[in-house]
Write a protein that binds this ligand. Structure first.
Ligand SMILES: Cc1ncc(C[n+]2csc(CCOP(=O)(O)OP(=O)(O)O)c2C)c(N)n1
Ligand code: SF4
Length: 350
């Protein structure tokens, strides 16, 4: 097996508006296990960024530790990247985002990295509405350290060794909504058609966007009795609605059956066309989203789609009223206005 990617590309490969073929958005060859759900998600990220004409150098990829957290190595080779410490991605993302508001912050984490060691940081990054995509590749186990149950493993779920999990699962989507998240979606690594537009919408959302994606671990948690196996997820998935993401520059050509559609306009004028499959749920109503999550949980269903979005979201920069100019480009004179300015400031506080 070779780990060197061929540089040959067929000259007829389609290019996006920036003139890039899709391989420009790929990363190194993956070293994850063949069939790992994480690799399918990485492929969706590549497609989403290519289709959205994102300039790779305008993206910062951040992660913690785990097989999932290795993923940023496998997409967007031409972007910025920081593989941090286990569970500590949110604080690194917060610092970077406050220093330079002009990048797209793309955080990748695992259920172990988020729901156990990283829980303290996760809850605060949600409530601060940091402008970032927070993607959890959720396999219900610690893949990298050989498959121990994670805090998102369902009660009664069995791992590969036959051990039954005794504890209630932490529901990251429900928790995020409770904490004030302004964009919450769930998906399945095996459903690229749903996942790719959700990723696009998450990147265009102004504020914290949680994407909790069930991503089976084929090596340690794909057995009978596991509720995060491919078979189980396929049998229990309940799609709330499908999503078409329409960037601002694109003409809307599709026609939709009236009544099932909800158009959601994003901050930059892009549109999410939501084909609702469930009548008694409104993704712009927090209580309705919470109810849908609880109803699905009671029925043993895995709800996927855009669960909740707050169209009036104000991200951390707006809340703190920071300058529009990225802090990392401010000159010395602005950052250090001199002793007179300091004296005035001190007087104003007396
Ligand atoms: C401080 C610290 N504690 C424990 C570990 C060991 N460790 C590495 S990855 C991991 C869990 C990974 O699980 P998850 O985040 O779900 O990612 P997955 O590998 O399943 O994608 C643990 C406990 C570590 N690297 N650092
Ligand atoms: S151990 Fe599991 S999570 Fe890690 S790469 Fe293999 S299949 Fe994926």
């Amino acid at each position: 097996m070779t780990y060197v990617r061929s540089t040959f590309r067929h000259p007829a490969l389609p290019k996006n508006e920036l003139g890039y073929t899709v391989d420009h958005y790929e990363g190194s060859l993956s070293t994850l296990c063949a069939g790992c759900g994480h690799d399918s998600i990485n492929a969706s990220i590549v497609d989403a960024c290519w289709e959205l004409n994102i300039e790779p150098h305008k993206v910062a990829k951040l992660s913690g530790i785990g097989c999932s957290s290795k993923s940023p190595a496998y997409f967007l080779a031409n972007s910025h990247g920081f593989n941090s410490v286990h569970g500590r991605m949110p604080s690194v993302a917060t610092g970077a985002n406050l220093a330079n508001r002009e990048l797209i912050y793309f955080g990748v984490s695992g259920d172990g990295d988020t729901a156990s060691i990283g829980m303290g940081q996760f809850v605060h990054v949600v409530r601060r509405n940091l402008n970032m995509v927070y993607l959890v590749m959720n396999n219900g186990c610690y893949g990298l350290t050989k498959g121990q149950d994670s805090a998102t493993a369902d009660v009664g779920s069995k791992n590969k060794s036959g051990h039954e999990n005794l504890f209630e699962a932490i529901d990251l989507a429900g928790l995020a909504i409770e904490l004030g998240a302004t964009f919450v979606a769930q998906s399945f690594s095996g459903d690229k058609e749903q996942l790719t537009p959700l990723l696009k919408a998450a990147m265009k959302h102004s504020g914290f966007a949680l994407l909790n994606v069930i991503s089976p671990c084929v090596t340690f948690n794909n057995n009978a009795g596991s509720t995060k196996s491919y078979d189980y997820v396929r049998e229990h998935v309940e799609v709330l609605g499908t999503v078409d993401f329409v960037p601002i520059s694109k003409e809307i050509l599709a026609t939709y059956e009236s009544g099932s559609i909800k158009d959601l306009t994003m901050h930059d004028g892009s549109t999410i066309h939501l084909h609702k499959l469930q009548k008694d749920w409104d993704p712009t109503d927090r209580m309705s989203a919470v109810r849908a999550i609880h109803t699905a949980r009671d029925k043993g269903e895995i709800l996927t789609g855009l669960l909740y979005i707050d169209g009036s979201s104000q991200d951390l920069h707006s809340l703190l009223a920071t300058t529009d100019i990225p802090l990392n480009t401010l000159g010395k004179d602005v950052l250090c206005p001199g002793s007179d300015a300091l004296a005035k400031l001190n007087d104003s506080l007396r």
